[in-house]
Design a protein around this ligand. Structure first.
Ligand code: ZN
Length: 166
């Protein structure tokens, strides 16, 4: 897919040393579709171009909090942290606020979910402790009389007392 000549001309006019924010504003102004990767900005580093491409693909929405996130506040977030073996592959990269990314720190998504589950379990337990229900234990003792006759017939009969609850 080729980019519009207007966008490419505008990129050519950006001054040397411009910020990623200027590139971001240009992409927004020219309404580049989100499924179309942005053109390379020659005055930006490879890393800055990578961030722009990821931010653009995400619609400039933080993957953690869901709010708007420009290059001024955004960064690349490793969905599975590098410290936990997460890779630099495109599938593991998300666009996120620097602050959201920091809050997430090194926790795995699964760990966050486990934390939530444990918290919920603890809250449920506390709730039940406040309104304790007396445990109901009922033991049933059933006595059966089994008779096997000489010709092999088996009969099972409950005793006269029937079922005794203890
Ligand atoms: Zn965020």
């Amino acid at each position: 897919m080729s980019h519009s000549p207007a966008l490419l001309a505008a990129i050519g006019k950006l001054p040397d040393g411009h910020s990623p924010l200027a590139a971001y504003k240009l992409l927004r102004k020219h309404k580049l579709p989100l499924d179309q990767p942005p053109p390379l900005f020659p005055y930006l580093s490879q890393a800055a171009n990578q961030r722009l491409a990821l931010g653009h693909k995400s619609g400039w929405i933080c993957s953690i909090c869901g709010k708007v996130c420009s290059p001024a506040t955004g960064t690349i977030d490793h969905h599975i942290p590098r410290s936990k073996g997460g890779s630099n592959a495109a599938g593991n990269l998300r666009w996120a606020h620097k602050s959201c990314n920091q809050k997430k720190a090194d926790s795995l998504p699964e760990e966050v979910q486990l934390d939530l589950a444990l918290t919920r379990a603890a809250l449920t337990q506390t709730y039940h402790r406040q309104a304790p229900a007396r445990p109901q234990v009922i033991t049933l003792e059933i006595k059966l009389q089994i008779t096997v006759t000489a010709d092999g017939a088996v009969s099972i009969a409950p005793p006269a007392a029937g079922i005794v609850a203890t």
